[in-house]
Design a protein around this ligand. Structure first.
Ligand code: UDP
Length: 327
């Protein structure tokens, strides 16, 4: 039995592939390398370069391999870009996901883990955000994930196709071998670390007048290895006969932009100059997950909840790979 990881050459997908194959699983990675890197794919995983828009190639894959479960990461992932290019998101992200699901259901695949998002909660009434919070997608990106969650809901009801949607908050950190290499890079922790790496002079903090303790946005940064562990537990629960579920997934702790920068200064020994810029459209002031449900139902617990560990692991990876995967 084989596990298919779509987007397994990307940041999160490659680290989860690494954890799966090191645990002995047989993994096929399917990735178009639009954002991913061939070198990020663990050598023990089988790599197929392909696009989810290419249905014949997908069918071939399912003919060639008996796919028991799919972890679906391949997706456009930028909130800001989705506002400028909605068809790429509510269009391609959804259509590609549907191609995958249709091919998988027809081939008899049993289990599916969806990489979903905190962007389902644009206007939360309660912090920390639980699964009971009303869903208000914050962008075409968030909407595309919500549509896929709804499609999965109906595939579960009509076909008994079991899934778990994991709504990540801010994935960060690295494994010793794999880390974050986006182009362009927009995420706070790698952008901050680009200053001590000599790739930028300073950081622009997008807004300092938010209703938070220090005026900057608060986010829930979760170590990518903890995220990986949650996927593995979710898969095991489905394989053991568990029901389909949707979980919010974060550390349960919020850190402001100032706190992230201060931590990076401590770890790198660099001054990391900052300036204030205008708010970035679409940024909520505070996003913190309640991970109570996944903790009690799957027994997941973050092993690396400290910001020092998350930023420190990212820093170690960047120091080893200052050019990302171009080595
Ligand atoms: N941010 C910032 N400057 C940057 C990059 C990000 O101030 O150069 C802020 C961003 O506005 C948000 C937080 O850092 O409030 C986390 O942003 P990121 O893009 O990492 O994740 P998001 O929360 O948008 O998924």
């Amino acid at each position: 039995m084989t596990i298919l990881v779509t987007g397994g050459a990307g940041y999160i997908g490659s680290i989860i592939t690494e954890q799966l194959v090191e645990g002995g699983a047989d993994v096929v990675v399917y990735d178009n390398l639009y954002q991913g890197h061939r070198q990020a794919v663990h050598p023990k995983a089988k790599f197929i370069q392909g696009d989810l828009a290419d249905v014949p190639s997908l069918k071939q894959l399912f003919n060639d391999h008996k796919i028991e479960a799919i972890l679906h990461f391949a997706s456009y992932t930028l909130v800001g870009e989705s506002v400028e290019k909605p068809f790429m998101y509510v269009g391609d992200n959804v259509t590609n996901g549907l191609n995958l699901l249709k091919t998988a259901v027809e081939a008899g695949t049993k289990y599916f883990i969806l990489s979903s998002t905190a962007n389902l909660f644009d206007d939360p009434e309660r912090i920390p955000i639980s699964e009971k919070e009303r869903i208000v997608p914050g962008s075409p990106y968030g909407e595309s994930k919500f549509i896929l969650e709804r499609i999965l809901y109906w595939l579960d009801k009509t076909k008994g196709f079991r899934y778990t949607a994991l709504r990540y908050f801010n994935a960060a950190g690295a494994s010793p071998e794999r880390g974050e290499d986006h182009s362009p890079e927009t995420h706070l922790i790698p952008v901050v670390l680009n200053v001590p790496l000599g790739k930028r002079d300073k950081i622009t903090i997008f807004g300092n007048d938010y209703p938070t303790a220090d005026g900057t946005c608060v986010r829930d940064y979760i170590h990518v290895l903890d995220l990986a562990q949650a996927h593995i537990l979710a898969l095991q629960a489905l394989q053991a006969g568990g029901e389909s579920r949707r979980f919010n997934l974060g550390n349960g702790r919020g850190f402001s932009i100032h706190e992230v920068i201060e931590t990076a200064r401590k770890i790198t020994g660099h001054a990391i100059p900052t300036e204030f810029g205008p708010r970035r459209p679409g940024d909520p002031a505070t996003l913190i997950a309640s991970s109570e449900a996944i903790q009690s139902e799957l027994g997941w617990k973050p092993k690396y909840p400290n910001l020092e560990t998350i930023v420190g692991d990212a820093w170690r990876w960047f120091q080893k790979h200052p050019k990302g995967y171009e080595y």
